[in-house]
Design a protein around this ligand. Structure first.
Ligand SMILES: CC(=O)N[C@@H](CCC[C@H](N)C(=O)O)C(=O)O
Length: 393
């Protein structure tokens, strides 16, 4: 089977054509990054591409800005699922690419352009080389927030086409091309967004004694939040409380009536998340009393941890290890979040890191992943899916 696959795949690659074809797709998508649930051009691009493929075994349904693509197998006994996220981030690109984002202020700085192009590569391969089982590809909106996986799971389409196992990958700038990194069990953290609004009493900069300054209150709260991880979380556990944005006030000589803190919480268990939130609310109460102000806390979108099925992950790692030009690394869990965790909560499967070797990391304006990883991913996943679709009961 492996010899046949190698032949078919090398035909598909046709002397570098696969690389060129899906690098072009990646670059086209890189130009049009859109934020969560606004991925209209992205959806159109994906649908236009899908319309160029042989349609005999394809069924396509849209959901909001997302897409479900089913490739009907020849004698299906199960459905193998694959998910790619499709949204960009509100970051102004500084890569210097010729194919830089045309949506100034938005960027594919988390590799979702790679994720989509790899999914299209796999769909292209399997429409030309169908297997016995059904395949379901999910192009999922809003991974960066507010989360598309959980609502997508609840759709009638998903209930009808529900996969028996599900796979996804995420680009990893810290590993070189050719590296696959994953682990059994917990891979990514539980996350919760964090939005805190403070309202006090503003006034003239020269009369602080008549005001309740929300710049001072917010700064103190940010400092106090740092004690949650250092003093309230078990040192043998791990957690993150990051404030990514703080705003407040109007001009230099007015004491601020309002301030806002935006951040994210990451923990290795749902129980630890509950504890961090409880401590945070207690500190907020102290600020309200101490600074005579009103503080509202909104925990925004939450993501369930990414927890890989042990048997499938072990099998996938052993499978990948046998392939030329692939190095498998058993990594540690990371404090990144991924709403793919909701899919893994309901369906056995796994996520893995795909090495793309970039000097700058995820969510950075200069992220420049190595496009050689597109071929690594299509080659590995087409082989693994074919193996699962023919060798598994
Ligand atoms: C892989 C990755 O970078 N995921 C994002 C998910 C964001 C979740 C949510 N908006 C939050 O900030 O809590 C991440 O930041 O880890």
């Amino acid at each position: 089977m492996d010899v046949i696959h190698a032949f078919v795949l090398s035909n598909f690659i046709k002397g570098g054509k696969l690389v060129e074809r899906f690098i072009k797709v990646r670059r086209d998508l890189h130009r049009i990054p859109e934020l969560g649930f606004q991925e209209f051009k992205t959806q159109k691009y994906l649908l236009d591409y899908l319309s160029t493929l042989p349609q005999a075994n394809l069924e396509i349904k849209t959901w909001k800005t997302g897409i479900f693509v089913k490739i009907n197998g020849q004698s299906p006994r199960k459905v193998i699922g694959y998910r790619a996220d499709i949204d960009g981030l509100p970051i102004t690109e500084e890569t210097g690419y010729k194919f830089q984002s045309e949506h100034v202020g938005n960027m594919h700085a988390c590799g979702h352009d790679f994720h989509m192009s790899i999914a299209l590569g796999l769909i292209t391969y399997f429409t030309e080389n169908p297997i016995s089982d059904d395949l379901l590809f999910m192009f999922q909106p809003a991974e960066e927030g507010p989360g598309g996986a959980e609502p997508m799971l609840k759709t009638d389409i998903m209930q009808e086409w529900k996969p028996d196992m599900v796979l996804a990958l995420h680009v990893a700038p810290e590993y070189p091309v050719g590296t696959i990194a994953t682990k059994e069990g917990l891979l990514f953290a539980n996350t919760s967004e964090l939005f805190i609004d403070l309202k006090g009493k503003g006034g003239h900069a020269a009369y602080p004694h008549n005001t309740n300054d929300m710049i001072i209150a917010a700064c103190n709260l940010v400092t106090q939040l740092q004690s949650i991880v250092s003093r309230n979380v078990d040192p043998l556990d791990s957690a993150v409380v990051t404030v990514g944005k703080m705003t407040g006030g109007t001009v230099q000589n007015i004491i601020a009536e309002k301030a806002r803190i935006e951040g994210t919480i990451r923990t290795l268990s749902p129980e630890s998340m509950a504890k961090v939130k409880k401590r945070l609310l207690a500190l907020v109460k102290g600020i309200e009393v101490g600074y005579e102000c009103e503080v509202t806390v909104d925990f925004g979108a939450m993501y369930h941890q990414v927890f890989n099925d042990a048997t499938l992950t072990r099998e996938f790692m052993e499978f990948a290890e046998q392939l030329d030009k692939v190095q498998v690394v058993e990594c540690k869990e990371a404090m990144t979040g991924e709403d793919f965790g909701y899919m893994l909560k309901e369906i056995p499967g796994l996520m893995f890191w795909l090495g793309v070797g970039s000097e700058y990391g995820l969510h950075h304006s200069k992220l420049t992943p190595d496009e050689g990883a597109i071929e690594t991913a299509i080659s590995l996943l087409s082989r693994y899916i074919e193996f699962k679709g023919t060798n598994d009961s």
